[in-house]
Ligand binder design. Structure first.
Ligand code: ADP
Ligand code: ZN
Ligand code: MG
Length: 478
């Protein structure tokens, strides 16, 4: 049997961080009192008229430009009809055959389109123990209804679950750099759905796909897609067929259950929204969107590689994780004597480890360490004022308690010993404490020197430089 190849395309919904909703003046509000930001327009009362939010258009233009899309000179809205309690009008206003942006690319994945639409309201399902009615019920919070969304649709260019996660991370970093959305997957301001199919490796045809929803972190996105690839592989290898359907991912056990068999476009009875005029961005608006683009993550990674000489993986994690990258930039801006590479290593290595240890997520600004103190620490280690292992202690202390690197060196007595006679005395003591190893080194076995260096480091509590200790020991033992 020929090997099977996964084919994956992503659909990403981004809630725009505008002041107000897509078609009315209600404020956006996450976590406010339910149904406190509602009006006749977003509740779909009869006789009201929608009004397009200009800020949402500006943000959509920026997204289109950042993804290298062609911007439509004229894009239009349709009504997408379906009946569900989260949609009081009975239809969602969405762009259909003339989206605002098409044919882009981000990294190695083509972008099919990006279009504007409005979010549905939020449904909560209370169990039998829920306070509502006692016997279980579903309740609707219309605050979210009408929130501006941009939906980004990739081409099916992705070939593995890991690549899907990496691309989604690059996309999130790109959107975050634009400042157009909070991009918070847990809170649902960034929602990534996966489309997955398999085909014989080398084939150009597409197999039947399923759509995966509710993967509200990058880890879950990768796990959900991985599980679906395996499920389809087993079906196909045992001679069964994949059914086109939508599957719901369960974070607690990683399982996938069918939500509904997939609708087709004609089920939605799309027709043009008669209450809205087409969106025709002026040349000035398009130029302004281009001018508003910051350095994008893909370009930032390139700069880290070529100008700062960072290793590939370090450059990627700093460029694609906005909080980490921002912290690194702030540390660089502190103008310490440290090389960018050294600062980058402390940030992506020990600082990230400290965050994990303290359960602070991925945002280094939530730790107590100041960017300039991490830069100062990096400079001290590079300048051999403290040893590398002392550097690790200093970082842990800065992350947990704050303060300055110099202060920690002082209070913990971590400064390198610079007095030559003191160093010599420690070297002599180390050689004396490891007579066997010393003999082996004398008779030409250089490997045995490690034990003596170790003893010197231990006696000095890491306050002499390992390289220097090694040199001096070799000198003594001929
Ligand atoms: P639908 O009509 O079901 O919404 P689309 O053609 O609009 O399907 O594509 C939706 C998403 O699914 C896109 O990201 C696209 O790249 C992806 N996709 C389409 N066909 C396949 C397939 N056979 N396998 C994997 N992904 C696919
Ligand atoms: Zn409203
Ligand atoms: Mg579609």
């Amino acid at each position: 049997m020929t090997a099977l190849e996964p084919v994956i395309g992503l659909e990403i919904h981004v809630q725009l961080a505008t002041e107000t909703k897509m078609f009315c003046g209600c404020r956006l509000s996450f976590g406010d009192e339910p149904n406190s930001h509602i009006c006749p327009v977003c509740l779909g009362h009869p006789g009201v008229l929608p009004n397009v939010n200009e800020q949402a258009i500006v943000y959509a233009l920026m997204i289109g430009e950042a993804l290298g899309c062609e911007i439509a000179e004229r894009s239009t809205f349709h009504r997408k009809n379906y009946f569900y309690p989260d949609l009081p009008k009975g239809y969602q206003i969405s762009q259909y055959d003339h989206p605002i942006a098409v044919d882009g690319r981000l990294g190695d994945v083509r972008v099919h389109r990006a279009h504007l639409e409005e979010d549905a309201a939020k449904l909560s399902h209370k169990g039998a123990s829920g306070r509502i009615h006692g016997s279980g019920a579903s309740v609707v919070d219309f605050n979210r209804g009408g929130t501006p969304l941009v939906e980004i649709v990739s081409e099916p260019d992705i070939r593995s679950a890991a690549q899907a996660r990496e691309w989604a991370q690059l996309l999130r970093a790109t959107l975050a750099s634009l400042g157009v959305s909070d991009c918070n997957m847990e809170e649902g301001s960034l929602r990534v759905d996966g489309n997955v199919s398999l085909r014989p490796a080398g084939s150009d045809e597409l197999g039947t796909k399923t759509e995966l929803k509710n993967m509200n972190s990058f880890r879950f996105l990768e796990r959900g897609i991985e599980a679906e690839i395996e499920r389809q592989r087993e079906l196909i290898e045992s001679g069964q067929e994949v059914e086109q359907e939508t599957l719901h991912f369960h974070p607690d056990d990683g399982s996938l259950t069918p939500m509904r068999s997939k609708e087709y476009a004609h089920d939605y009875r799309y027709f043009p929204e008669p209450d809205l005029v087409p969106v025709v961005p002026t040349a000035e608006m398009r130029e302004a969107a281009r001018a508003a683009l910051p350095e994008l993550p893909a370009a930032r990674k390139e700069r880290y590689l070529t100008e700062l000489d960072l290793p590939e993986a370090t450059a990627a994690s700093l460029a694609f994780q906005p909080e980490l990258g921002g912290f690194f930039e702030d540390a660089l801006a502190a103008n310490s004597d440290a090389t960018p590479r050294a600062i980058a290593n402390w940030v992506t290595g020990d600082l990230v480890a400290a965050l994990r240890e303290q359960d602070l997520g991925e945002d280094p600004y939530r730790s107590k360490a100041e960017p300039r103190e991490i830069a100062a620490l990096a400079a001290m280690v590079e300048g051999k004022q403290v040893s590398h292992s002392a550097g690790k202690q200093i970082l842990a202390k800065l992350a947990a308690e704050g303060g300055t690197a110099a202060g920690v060196v002082e209070s913990e007595g971590l400064a390198q010993i610079s007095d030559d006679s003191e160093i010599d005395a420690m070297i002599d003591a180390a050689i004396e404490s490891e007579p066997e190893a010393a003999d082996q080194v004398r008779s030409g076995n250089e490997k045995a020197i490690g034990r003596i260096v170790g003893a010197a480091m231990k006696n000095s509590q890491g306050r002499i430089d390992g390289g220097l200790a090694r040199e001096k020991i070799l000198e003594r033992l001929g």
